[in-house]
Design a protein around this ligand. Structure first.
Ligand code: FNR
Length: 353
């Protein structure tokens, strides 16, 4: 039976993957309240369609940081793709290139950055950086990324410490033993540097350190994980180029707002001075439309990409992207939008339930 929606891929992946891998992908922090609320919150928003508007030609294209994408649906950084499919991130990169969307490659990628860039040379790629306590290593990595044609640097701010993932504790999951994180290594050393030396994330990083990052790269800097107006205002003050409103798929601090519920506050705070994006809980074309109606320029998918990868590698990710892009096209037509620019706040209302 063909798979018809993103949750069909979820069911397939659950069957196919070993339990510890499935739990690692699917799990949230603590009670997984925020992970589940990311999904539930979209269902609290209702659509207000407008009819008789000629939707023969619906155009889903848009831009992010000045670059065209075929639809405002891109790929969030997730680590360890080789846990799910043999050539992991390389399959993901090819699928993103074929779909004409942006792929944010994680610091915890399990294929070398050189190989990811070479396998999809025309794809739009951003790089997600966890700043390492050894700033020299981070500087080398940023310079490597820039020379490989990655077009933006995404700094994930919501991991000063890893969230409490109970299922990984119960499963005694040890990613270090399974995989080598090739992207952290210099090309020469990339098979010899042990993971444990390379994996720490700098918990001392502060707003003032952003000027150091800005001094070592010409790439636009985007902050991933901002949830409040206070931090959004600081991002404007520090000349940041974009924000991804995100709670890490509910894997870091539990009991924070669902991403979609935090979006409007952040959009209002930046006053149009930078693009605002969103990830967390996007599963349908209607979800994409709701996020854009609340001011997101584009959304990103986390787990659904891994479900597609588990299904059929590159082809599975292509299918996932294709299905949600088609759903979004239908959502636009059925609400009366010919172009992404027409999507606005009047198209939604919050349900009283
Ligand atoms: C993540 N996420 C993540 N984020 C990040 O900045 N760097 C990373 O390496 C990872 N790794 C990672 C692994 C796995 C298995 C998951 C599920 C998530 C978080 C990710 O970028 C994104 O914020 C969420 O996954 C979005 O929520 P959905 O789409 O999964 O609901």
């Amino acid at each position: 039976m063909p798979l018809a929606c993103l949750t069909d891929f979820q069911a397939f992946a659950r069957e196919r993957l070993p339990k510890s891998t499935w739990d690692f992908i699917e799990g949230g922090a603590d009670d997984s309240f925020t992970r589940d609320d990311n999904i539930a919150a979209f269902k609290r928003i209702r659509l207000r369609p407008r009819y008789l508007k000629n939707v023969v030609n619906v155009d889903t294209r848009t831009t992010i940081q000045g670059e065209e994408i075929t639809a405002p649906i891109c790929i969030s950084p997730t680590g360890f793709h080789c846990l799910v499919w043999p050539d992991g991130e390389m399959s993901t990169a090819r699928a993103a290139q074929a779909a004409g969307v942006c792929y944010i490659t994680s610091t915890f990628a399990t294929c070398a950055l050189e190989d990811i860039a070479a396998t999809a040379p025309r794809g739009l790629r951003w790089f997600q950086l966890y700043v390492h306590p050894d700033r020299q290593l981070s500087k080398q990595l940023v310079q490597r990324v820039e020379s490989l044609g990655f077009r933006a640097l995404v700094i994930t701010v919501d991991v000063p410490k890893l969230g409490n993932r109970r299922h990984d504790i119960r499963n005694q999951l040890d990613l270090k033993l399974n995989l080598l994180l090739k992207d952290l290594h210099s090309p020469k050393e990339r098979t010899s540097m042990p993971y444990f030396q390379m994996s720490p994330i700098d918990s001392s990083i502060c707003w003032n350190d952003l000027s150091w990052l800005q001094s070592i790269t010409r790439l636009p800097i985007i902050l991933k994980g901002i949830l409040t107006k206070e931090d959004a205002e600081l991002a404007v003050k520090h000349n940041i180029h974009g924000i991804i409103v995100s709670n890490h798929g509910g894997r870091q601090l539990d009991d924070v707002l669902a991403s979609i519920d935090a979006l409007a506050e952040v959009v209002a705070a930046v006053k149009g001075k930078m693009e605002v994006y969103l990830d967390g809980g996007i599963r349908t074309g209607n979800d994409v439309l709701k996020a854009l109606a609340l001011g997101a320029k584009c959304v990103f998918l986390g787990r659904p990409i891994l479900w597609g990868l588990a299904y059929k590698g590159e082809d599975g990710v292509k299918e996932v992207l294709n299905i949600i892009k088609n759903e979004f096209h239908t959502s636009m037509a059925l609400t009366g939008c010919q172009s992404v620019a027409e999507i606005n706040q009047d198209m939604i209302q919050f349900s009283r339930l």
